[in-house]
Write a protein that binds this ligand. Structure first.
Ligand SMILES: C=C(O[C@H]1C=CC=C(C(=O)O)[C@@H]1O)C(=O)O
Length: 338
């Protein structure tokens, strides 16, 4: 049985004392809360995931209604007007009940649909260590929170989205309007600014492109900015960096504490959605993804909870925010064969 750590602090201590040579798993939207981290016996050895078809039959479905989400977006716009936040990321929740249990690792393999680089990092994390016995966090996030390789730190934030078009012409038009969208560029800048503010004191070099680039998943286009830094102090580990940076304004908002409070008031607890999934070894190297485009499978393996969120800034349109969540839900629904 591998050692289990129910908090980032416990995993960090075990790495520091040499009790374990690596940790892997997930922590939640509140990085100081419950985590599901463990030390695999033979770190680095993974079973290749093979994609198998699933025949999913939904017997019950419950989603945050579109009208409720639009009203929540209006509430965030009011909070922005009042100066409480500059940006907050609101998510809808979808619960599905299936007629037959799913195999967690087979499901994870279905999140790697071929050649699209942005969606090839699938994960299946058991949540037992966090007290959610039998539950799994499964998905494939396109968003790199942070990677540390020696002294080099890499972040690849995503924020600003356009649903993919239905043909080549509308798909191209979606890219062009995203590239020119002042609202999306501002939404993106909140994330880059926050990462730069957090990394600057830790890095002796920091390269940040002047403008975001466009990247895709099969469901959406995103604005993305590759950030590269060189750590001044090599004792800062990938786990330290992940806990420091998460949640970024790609999933929370600005200022972080005010946005997190607003999200908690509006949505309630997020648990493992919008936290981080990854690993860190005893040398401090590691890689953490932002846990979006993922689902939690319950202990019976028939209950699925998934989330889709979007950043709200001054000028956001409630109906467009609803449409954006519909596009983002596609990643999980497609993996489920729905
Ligand atoms: C919060 C989510 O996406 C984030 C990542 C990329 C683009 C986003 C956006 O445009 O709002 C979000 O910041 C999600 O997929 O649930």
């Amino acid at each position: 049985m591998a050692a289990e750590f129910p908090s980032v602090a416990a995993a960090r201590a075990a790495l520091l004392t040499g009790e374990v040579t690596a940790v892997t798993g997930a922590f939640g939207f509140d990085s100081t809360g419950k985590a599901a981290l463990l030390a695999p016996h033979e770190f680095g050895e993974t079973t290749p995931l093979r994609s198998r078809p699933v025949d999913t039959v939904v017997t019950d479905r419950d989603i945050t209604p579109a009208a409720v989400h639009a009203d929540r977006v209006r509430a965030v716009l009011d909070a922005i007007d009042e100066g409480r936040v500059g940006k907050a990321v609101l998510a809808r929740t979808l619960h599905l009940t299936l007629d037959a249990p799913l195999d967690p690792e087979a499901l994870a393999a279905r999140f790697t649909p071929g050649s699209d680089a942005a969606t090839t990092t699938a994960f299946a994390v058991p949540l037992d260590a966090a007290g959610r016995v039998g539950h799994w966090l499964i998905g494939a996030s396109p968003e790199l929170l942070v990677r540390r390789t020696g002294r080099v730190v890499t972040c690849h934030p995503f924020a600003g989205t356009a649903p993919r078009g239905t043909d080549a012409v509308s798909d191209r038009a979606a890219v062009e309007s995203l590239r020119a969208s002042d609202k999306d560029l501002r939404e993106h800048a909140f994330v880059v600014d926050s990462l730069v503010d957090a990394l600057r004191p830790l890095c002796c070099e920091l390269d940040v492109p002047d403008a975001p680039r466009i990247e895709s998943t099969p469901a959406v286009w995103h604005l993305a900015t590759p950030i590269r830094g060189v750590l001044a102090d090599e004792s800062v580990t990938a786990l330290d960096l992940a806990a420091l940076l998460s949640p970024t304004p790609a999933v929370c908002g600005t200022p972080t504490a005010a946005a997190a409070d607003l999200i908690a008031e509006i949505e309630g607890s997020r648990d493992f959605y919008a936290g981080a999934v990854g690993w860190c070894d005893a040398s401090g190297d590691g890689e953490w993804l932002v846990s979006i485009r993922c689902l939690e499978l319950d202990a019976a393996h028939t209950g699925v909870t998934t989330w889709a969120g979007g950043g709200v800034v001054a000028g956001s349109d409630p109906d467009a925010e609803v449409a954006e969540t519909e596009a983002k839900f596609r990643t999980v629904l497609t993996a489920l064969g729905l």
